[in-house]
Write a protein that binds this ligand. Sequence first.
Ligand SMILES: C[S@@+](CC[C@H](N)C(=O)[O-])C[C@H]1O[C@@H](n2cnc3c(N)ncnc32)[C@H](O)[C@@H]1O
Length: 215
Amino acid sequence: MVKVDKGKWDQSQSFENDHEFNMTWIRECQRVLKPNGTIFISGTMHNIYSVGFALQSLGFKIINDIAWFKVNPPPNLACRYFTHSTETILWAKKGEKAKHVFNYDVMKAMPDPAPNKQMLSLWRITPPGTNEKRYGKHPTQKPEALMDRIVQAATNVGDLVLDPFCGSGTTGVAAVRHGRRFIGFDLDQKYLDVAKKRILDEKNLLTSGVTKKAA
Ligand SMILES: C[S@@+](CC[C@H](N)C(=O)[O-])C[C@H]1O[C@@H](n2cnc3c(N)ncnc32)[C@H](O)[C@@H]1O
């Protein structure tokens, strides 16, 4: 069974209001993003078209639309449509001429689709396992492998990563794991508490010299 009620923040306030909200927060990200920095935004069919339109309206240049294939999604009970099994991740830079970071060789070395083959915009990554939820569950928690990939693809060691909707802190875990700095926000204190514990664990792993292999 899949929980459909993910929280008030996940409920639509009408198409127009949702789009206005997307314009507002993406404009704020644009304000603080470095000239050559990039933004990744994930979403489903419920919001990703508004997000894409907002990015383009604000002058961003979309570099890729990545399809995250969830590999073993829960079945749909209605049996009246195809089972949702992907999320779209839009990757964008501040403008046509911005010189964005893309760590091509690091991506090419990864096993998806095969080592030493160019990485595709189709990513096969399973949902987070129980260890990633050891401090509590978040209804839309991202897998660490997904955020490992994003952080390694588009940033360098020492860079600053911002996640303004950080939930259980998966982006922060990946950022710290790969030597990047991190700032995260969330409306909900209980998710921030989980995020802090997970990020602290990752820091402690690093200082104890144990490294975790990123997928
Ligand atoms: C899709 S979830 C993020 C999940 C996260 N990537 C993870 O791996 O756990 C979105 C989060 O944004 C938070 N949120 C919603 N509206 C917000 C707002 N206006 N400002 C800050 N956080 C918000 C929610 O509480 C929720 O935890």
